[in-house]
Design a protein. Structure first.
Length: 148
């Protein structure tokens, strides 16, 4: 089985460089972190493939909003068309939620790529969570939360 500990260290070093204590955003399981970028939540996962334990993955994922019960065709069309304008990140739907997601193998992963993935996912999520929530669910203002 692949040893993911060096990648945990890499991620935590990158989180720390953003001015966040990685211990405060660790998830329930090793290889999981949860951070904020503006109004958006960004989940970070380093994990081994269920199909082949010699392959590891680094993933950033941000929940955007639930899939609305009305105007679904417009909602999905907008998400899909927006994908064309994004760089390296894409909308995906899972269990009734719209997410932004990036994933890659851990092999060859370096500090610059971890930071780029965190920043890209966080920046797009912070922009699009408000847009989709306001457009499809009405304005749901919440007080700003500290972020990087």
């Amino acid at each position: 089985m692949l040893d993911l500990r060096p990648y945990y260290t890499l991620v935590e070093d990158c989180v720390r460089s953003l001015g966040i204590d990685p211990h405060t955003c660790r998830g329930q399981n090793p290889g999981q972190w949860d951070m904020k970028k503006g109004s958006a939540q960004v989940w970070i996962d380093v994990f081994v493939s269920q199909h082949n334990p010699t392959y590891g993955y680094f993933q950033t994922m941000a929940p955007i909003c639930q899939v609305p019960l009305v105007n679904q065709m417009e909602f999905f069309k907008e998400a899909l068309e927006t994908n064309h304008t994004l760089y390296g990140v894409a909308f995906t739907v899972f269990k009734g939620w719209l997410y932004l997601k990036m994933i890659r193998e851990v092999h060859g992963l370096d500090r610059d790529e971890v930071l780029a993935m965190l920043n890209r996912t966080g920046t797009y999520a912070d922009e699009y969570d408000d847009h989709f929530k306001n457009k499809y669910f009405g304005n749901q203002n919440q007080p700003p939360k500290p972020s990087w």
